[in-house]
Structures are given as C-alpha cells and as structure tokens.
Design a protein around this ligand. Sequence first.
Ligand code: G1P
Length: 297
Amino acid sequence: MKRKVTKAIFPVAGLGTRFLPATKSIPKEIMTLVDRPLIQYAIDEARAAGIKDFIFVTSRGKSALEDYFDHAPDLEAALRKADKTDLLEILRDTNMDSGAIAYIRQHKALGLGHAVSCARKLIGDEPFAVILPDDVIAAEKPCLQQMIEAYQETGGAMVATMEVAPEQTASYGVLDVARWDGRIVSVKGMVEKPTLGTAPSNLAVIGRYILTPRVLQNANQIGKGTGGEFQLTDAIAHEITQGRDVFGYRFEGQRFDCGSKAGFLQATVAFALAREDLGDEFARYLAQMHGHGQAAQ
Ligand code: G1P
C-alpha cells in the first residue's frame, strides 16, 4: 500500500489576463460557473478524493480568494434569522475547517514548476496532489479520486491525460508514451508545449497530478524551460531521466478548459443543463434560441 495522499496544492497565482476586464478586480478562480466559483469545483473534487490539507499558491491581488473560504458569521446569522436553511446549507458547504487551508505567496510569476515548489515546506516528505482549477472535469467519479485509486497500484508520479487534436498539442504538456495498459500509460518522456509537428504523441497533460516531494526538488534544480519559465512538466520529466516511474492516467470524464473564454462558456452551458433546478428551463431557452438563430445583443 502506497502512502495516503492527503495534501493538495492549488496554484492560483496567475493573473488571468484572458478574462480582463473582469480579472482587474476579481481573481479568475472566483469567476462563477452557474453560481459556484471555479475554485469551489476544485475543492469539492479534492475533498471527495480524501484531501485534508489545502495549500493555495497565491499572488498579489488574490485576497478575495482568502475571504471566500472564510466563515461569514453575519451572513449566516441573517439567513438563520430569515429561516433560509437551504441557503445556510449552501454557505456551510463552502466552510473549511480551521487550519485546513494554507496560503503561500509566489512573489514572482516564474512558472508552474516554481509556483508548486513554493509549497515544498508544507508538503514535507509525503506524496501530494496538484489541481489546476482552470481544468474543470465533470465525472461520475471525481478525476482525482480515479487517479488516487490508480496510484495505489502504481506509485511513482502520475499526471492526468487525454487525447487532443494534433494541432492543439502546442498548448499542453505532452507525453512520450512507452506502453499503454488500459487507462494507465507508462511515460518515457514529457515535453512542455512542443512546437507544431514535434509532439511525441497527442496525449496532453491535464491539470491533475500526484507527485512526490522529489519533483519539488527537481523544480528547484533544473533550469528554465519553455517560455522562459520553470515548468512543472520538466520537473516531472526529470524523474524519468533519474530512472523513476511516471504514469499518465486517462481519466473518465469531460474536461473543460476554463482558462479560455470558449471553454468557460462551454462549461457554463454544460453545468447549467446538468442542474436539476435550471436544466429544463435552460434547455428550452437554448432550443428556442437555436431555432431563431438569436444571440444577445
Ligand atoms: C499547464 C501546464 C501544461 C498542461 C496544462 C493543462 O499549462 O504547464 O503542461 O498541459 O496546464 O491545462 P497552462 O495551461 O497553464 O499554460
């Protein structure tokens, strides 16, 4: 039995410039899919997978995130007084236990590998998960839970992966595959954002990882990579050159790229349609709109 994975790092230091002007004053992780902030989906997935310690790597201008996870005693009191138990319940689901959350500042935007390594002291010597909140994955069994179960068999380091169109590989970390075994692929190399036509496969890294503290050491030792940044992909690939196992996990579920406007909109539509309280009405609206070829002005 491998060691339990109870810690997760959430890199949330990015500026979110693709969503300006909204992100001028709110962190992109607070932007809502229907009525829940992006970060709430990531937290719920982590909780479902047994994560107990939540480590946020933040940057300047992200204090709204810290406030979001704080208790809201005035709001709770007002809802209690008004007998709004359903809303109270929704609010309480967002509460985190005291001491369960830690915030670390990444002082300079030096890349994902650097961001994750900022949490090294809090990780200690345990395996841990990394969740990129931009990647929202709708799945019957949450993606991270699928991976943790697979990791109990494999050990090593593991990244979530899915096939993308060959022309999209330049936007991702890409796996060089040694062997396929159902959902688990053995990896013999990884490249961050390969230039068009040079990708070793079309299996892209998606933002869920189970890593060992050695990867954090690697991130501190190896140099800058693609885009002049310290890449997490390179730090993981370094494990392979040291003779250690790295696996890709082809998860079951639908991934939305909420780091892009189109992906965010697709997720909004998909999550709204899946909601019991909204789905039917929204589906009718979409059908009607489609019929009329209308768009909001
Ligand atoms: C990051 C990683 C990349 C991965 C992607 C998944 O890139 O560096 O390896 O494929 O997330 O979403 P970013 O999208 O932050 O540029």
